[in-house]
Design a protein around this ligand. Structure first.
Ligand code: NAD
Length: 272
């Protein structure tokens, strides 16, 4: 295995992120496209994954299991669904592979399962792979420390396309966690995810969330720090899925020679 040009397998290669990932790996001189995996029994088995991605023939045919791809990759990039991702993590741990996980919507039990693998293989798990979002998380830490206990109300507002199945977004939750951690608050206690009817005035320590779902919005997040007399808004807007895909390929190149552990994008970018 080469540490400089890892062979990458993409699971969910026919999905929105899967197709974008094929293009991102193709554009990256430091990574090689090794395999593409579609759902078991899919009619796309045998299809050229370059053609699935609208790039023309790349000479890599889709398969429908990790077993069928085992000899062809070093790092698996997975943007699918929690149940699928956990099964793939078990496979990669058993077969000496590395993993980059972008799947969101994992519940507490599934997140705890991830931790069980930190001594078994190196993997990067990040609800948002964009470099800009990860820088934004750093800015939020600074803003929260300066403002959060000084009478500023904190609200996280996110918008995504109509097909997104989980809410709030993994990124919005991550932003909430970073803010809560910076302020010694617990998001489970202080996060407010719904306001309907006579819900009373706002508690000073609340971290509120609002979710929009519409059209083809790729992903927008704003955190508002508002007090009497002023309001600060820190906003990130993704205009193309390519930003997540490039971040994931960068994470794959980074994780290939790391020891077993659960890593975040902050580690990949050298922020930790
Ligand atoms: P999508 O529905 O377009 O794609 C998911 C793909 O997974 C589908 O093609 C489906 O066929 C495939 N799949 C499901 N089960 C499978 C299996 N057993 N084997 C192989 N493939 C299987 O969804 P999407 O918009 O590409 O998003 C996928 C996930 O990535 C979501 O959780 C989303 O929130 C997340 N996401 C994360 C980031 C990030 O930066 N971390 C960015 C965008 C999306």
């Amino acid at each position: 295995m080469s540490a400089t040009a890892p062979r990458i397998a993409i699971v969910g290669v026919a999905g929105r992120m899967g197709r974008t990932l094929v293009a991102a790996v193709e554009q990256d001189a430091g990574a090689v496209l090794g395999a593409g995996i579609v759902e078991p029994g899919s009619s796309l088995v045998g299809a050229d994954i370059g053609e699935l991605a609208g790039l023309g023939r790349l000479g890599v045919s889709a398969v429908d299991s990790l077993e069928a791809a085992e000899e062809d990759f070093d790092v698996l990039i997975d943007f699918t669904a929690p149940r699928v991702t956990l099964a793939n993590l078990a496979f990669c741990a058993e077969h000496g592979k590395r993993m980059v996980i972008g799947t969101t919507g994992l519940n507490d039990e599934e997140l705890a399962k991830l931790d069980e693998y930190q001594e078994k293989l190196p993997f990067v798990f990040a609800p948002n792979m964009s470099v800009g979002v990860n820088l934004t998380l750093k800015l939020l830490e600074t803003a929260a420390k300066a403002l959060g206990d000084e009478g500023y109300d904190i609200e996280v507002i996110e918008a995504h396309h109509r097909h997104k199945v989980d809410a709030p977004s993994g990124t919005a939750l991550k932003m909430g966690e970073v803010i809560a951690d910076s302020l010694g608050r617990d998001l489970k206690t202080h996060g407010v995810f719904e306001r309907v009817g006579q819900c009373g005035p706002r508690d000073a320590k609340e971290i509120g969330f609002a979710t929009l779902r519409a059209g083809d919005i790729v992903g927008e997040h704003t955190v508002m720090f508002a007090t009497e007399g002023e309001r600060i808004e820190i906003t990130h807007k993704a205009s193309s899925r390519m930003t997540f895909a490039r971040g994931a390929v960068r994470a794959a190149r980074w994780v290939v020679d790391k020891p077993a552990g659960r890593y975040a994008m902050q580690d990949v970018l050298g922020f930790n």
